[in-house]
Ligand binder design. Structure first.
Ligand SMILES: [Zn+2]
Length: 432
């Protein structure tokens, strides 16, 4: 099912031409009307007329998160204030918050992208969509809300929290689709279990649109096996607008609406553009953004571009599931460790439950990594010998995958903190 078949299935050459036309218009506007872009392009010795084809985008300078902070709050905006219809503010987990402004047109392309994603997940007028992303400064709630209404679904703006009530509403209103973070969905699974509610028997829930934090393929499998829902992976950060792009029913990568966002993957060290299939840092250019444009923005998410044709018929490029941010990468004893690798390894072990916490400390010059792992109720026992055996099995699995020794601490079911918003599973206590 398509929302906008003409664009979603447009032949490659036509799509490239459309992207080039959009890029050219955007760059001319920015060079002539905005001091920041004008100065950056001058410093790199590039003018709008140098952009003769889509690939010439590589001549343009990069933009960084730091630029968004340095020009806070509105110096990067390119429309008069009276055209700005909304602000969102990023959570600022890695520093000062960043402000994003939207024109009516910006809300329009954002909702359009979501309408395409929700339609590809089979959500339409007959569905009841429970949005349990936070409503407020965070983009998730209002983003999915507008997208849901655009495809004609009945939207339940549940936001986060009050989880028992969420489950009750899900049953009472015949909710068929839910949108939230994967960690909140797992939290809801736990709450439902305690209430004696079986997602399969007691609800009509069919689809879960999960995102806003990295999650692994094995966590997806676990969610699907335990609840019977089909989980889709949605991607988009507040700088881009909010959550926007998702995988299709073929589940082989996130389709990026090519008329809305141009994607490149670069080697974060050498800044060279990598060919499709190679993993690196995602760089995005928003082709239709009005209030707060982004050109070659280093978003710090690690992924690869997939260009082999998708059986669903969409011609847009896809990106592989985001496995971490280059910012999130931990360097432990000189080895790069992504929390997503740890999650992936843990989820392969049948006795392990849904919750874990990662602690990194430094004693003298030596980094230590400790991982607290919650066990499933049926796996936890008072038999010390069995518990020690299980612990060393988990430690070996992690050592094999991460190439560093890790100390594992087993926890009883329910002992670790639950997250109602974005999960914070890494505590890095090193003073560097
Ligand atoms: Zn597809």
């Amino acid at each position: 099912m398509f929302w906008n078949e003409k664009i979603e299935c447009m032949p490659q050459e036509e799509l490239k031409k459309l992207q080039y036309d959009e890029l050219k218009t955007l760059i001319e506007k920015l060079y002539n009307n905005n001091q920041f872009y004008h100065d950056r392009m001058e410093a790199k010795g590039v003018k709008p007329e140098d952009i003769k084809c889509l690939e010439d985008i590589s001549k343009l300078p990069f933009m960084f998160k730091q630029d968004l902070r340095d020009y806070y709050p509105t110096k990067l905006f390119t429309v008069p204030n009276n055209q700005v219809v909304r602000y969102h503010v990023s959570s600022g987990t890695t520093g000062k918050p960043t402000l994003v402004g939207y024109t009516e047109g910006d809300i329009g392309y954002w909702s359009e992208a979501l309408a395409r994603s929700l339609t590809s997940a089979g959500i339409g007028p007959d569905d009841v969509l429970q949005v349990c992303y936070g409503y407020g400064l965070f983009t998730g709630g209002l983003g999915l809300h507008y997208g849901g209404e655009k495809v004609g679904a009945t939207v339940l703006p549940a936001s986060t929290g009050n989880s028992e009530r969420q489950i009750e509403l899900m049953m009472d209103l015949g909710v068929t689709a839910i949108a939230c973070t994967p960690s909140y969905f797992i939290h809801l699974m736990g709450v439902a279990k305690k209430m004696g509610v079986d997602f399969r028997k007691d609800t009509k829930l069919r689809v879960a649109i999960l995102g806003a934090e990295p999650w692994s393929e094995s966590m997806k499998k676990k969610i699907e096996d335990e609840t019977g829902v089909e989980a889709f992976d949605i991607y988009g950060t507040s700088e881009q607008a909010g959550p926007m792009f998702s995988d299709c029913p073929c589940h082989n990568g996130i389709h990026i609406a090519a008329d809305i966002m141009y994607v490149e993957v670069i080697d974060p060290e050498t800044e060279e553009i990598l060919p499709p299939g190679e993993k690196g840092e995602l760089v995005v250019t928003m082709l239709q953004k009005e209030a707060f444009p982004l050109v070659r923005y280093r978003i710090k998410d690690m992924t690869r571009i997939l260009t082999d044709p998708c059986p669903c018929g969409r011609t847009s490029p896809r990106i592989e599931r985001i496995t971490g941010r280059s910012d999130d990468m931990l360097i432990v004893r000189g080895i790069n460790v992504f929390p997503s690798q740890i999650e992936y390894t843990l989820m392969q072990i049948p006795e392990v439950g849904d919750q874990y916490m990662i602690y990194v400390t430094r004693e003298g010059a030596l980094d230590n990594m400790k991982i607290q792992v919650e066990l499933k109720p049926e796996a936890f026992s008072d038999n010390m010998e069995n518990m020690l055996k299980l612990r060393s099995r988990i430690e070996s699995a992690l050592k094999k995958y991460l190439n560093i020794a890790v100390v594992v601490e087993l926890k009883e079911p329910g002992e670790l903190p639950r997250f109602e918003g974005k999960a914070k599973r890494v505590i890095d206590n090193r003073v560097i």
